[in-house]
Unconditional design. Structure first.
Length: 337
């Protein structure tokens, strides 16, 4: 194997690692963001019971889920510094706003749950928590829409398209709405499985509604991509992987709906998570080994060849500690809860 081929293999492996990190973040941190969405839309005679269930669901482990986003960022700037540089410059506005949302969300949750303020102040922090949870997935979706739009151009390592290209299009906004609806659906399914009686039915009905909303948002995103993200649209429409991925994703969505109707919430939890994972996988495949279409490919963005194998080995050794620790954390707190 030549050095160039070996470097390409390591780069593709790390690109896959980033994809795995994004999948795990979507099915864990995404569900936590969805909890904030339902805090905002808690309604009916069980409004306070709904909010209590939401707080109980995320209280012990919500901070841990954002480890995966940090993991993705660290791998990105370590293994693909050119991609990190281009993303940080071209999309610094929505990235910064998403990070502000994450910080405000965490701070507001802590002040609301553990503060000693008056009830009126705690209610204020609750609203900040809910609002931040709603806007953060939208900004994350704007970032995703921006990298797929084809409007961000990079020439010789320099972003030439300005600070508002890509993420201000109707397509990017539709991706933001799609992200929010997916996270809200996932959270509602998880909560339907974690609660009992009428409270579980409340979340079951909301999960069914958000499955329909997610489907509509996915269709709108696909239609807008034809004009606003033509390269992504071509990959989605013409690639050999497209049909199998879309069929599996649709089958998982329909399975989740059927399981929710039959009140088999524990199994629906698995199919809903798999559905979100397939959405991330489908997007990753449609990007065609690019971080930013069309100029920032995996090969272009990769670090020096000496860095890639060392980083991969370090990640493998680190995962032997991190993965069991996180699994034990989830098991302990969910078992206690």
């Amino acid at each position: 194997m030549t050095p160039a081929v070996e470097a390409s293999v390591w780069a593709q492996a790390l690109y896959t690692v980033i994809g795995v990190g994004l999948i795990v973040y979507a099915v864990t941190g995404g569900a936590d963001l969805g909890v904030g969405f339902w805090h905002w839309f808690a309604r009916g005679p069980r409004k306070e019971a709904q909010r209590a269930a939401l707080s109980h669901a995320i209280a012990p482990i919500w901070e841990a889920n954002h480890v995966w986003l940090i993991f993705v960022i660290v791998v990105l700037f370590s293994a693909f510094p050119r991609a990190f540089s281009a993303l940080s410059i071209a999309l610094h506005v929505p990235i910064a706003l998403a990070l502000v949302g994450i910080v405000f969300r965490g701070s507001a949750y802590a002040f609301h749950s553990y503060g000693i303020q008056l009830e009126s102040s705690r209610a204020h922090w609750q609203r900040v928590f809910a609002a931040s949870s709603v806007v953060t997935p939208v900004f994350l979706g704007l970032v995703v829409g921006g990298v797929a739009s084809g409007e961000i151009r990079v020439a010789e390592g320099v972003v030439t398209s300005g600070y508002f290209a890509g993420w201000t299009t109707p397509f990017a906004l539709s991706v933001g709405v799609f992200s929010l609806s997916l996270f809200a659906m996932l959270s509602a399914v998880y909560l339907a499985a974690d609660t009992q009686g009428e409270l579980s039915n409340d979340f079951r009905r909301r999960a069914l509604v958000m499955e329909c909303v997610s489907g509509a948002a996915a269709l709108l995103t696909f239609l807008l991509a034809e004009n606003h993200a033509p390269l992504l649209h071509a990959n989605l429409w013409g690639s050999t992987f497209s049909a199998p991925v879309q069929i599996v994703t649709a089958a998982l969505a329909l399975s989740t709906i059927a399981l929710l109707y039959r009140r088999q919430h524990a199994v629906a939890r698995l199919t809903a998570a798999a559905q979100v994972a397939m959405v991330v996988i489908g997007f990753g495949l449609a990007m065609g080994h690019h971080f930013i279409l069309p100029d920032v490919s995996v090969a272009y963005a990769a670090a020096h060849a000496e860095v890639l194998p060392a980083l991969t080995i370090a990640l493998g050794l680190g995962s032997l500690i991190l993965a069991p620790a996180l699994a034990y954390l989830y098991w302990v707190f969910k078992r206690v809860g």
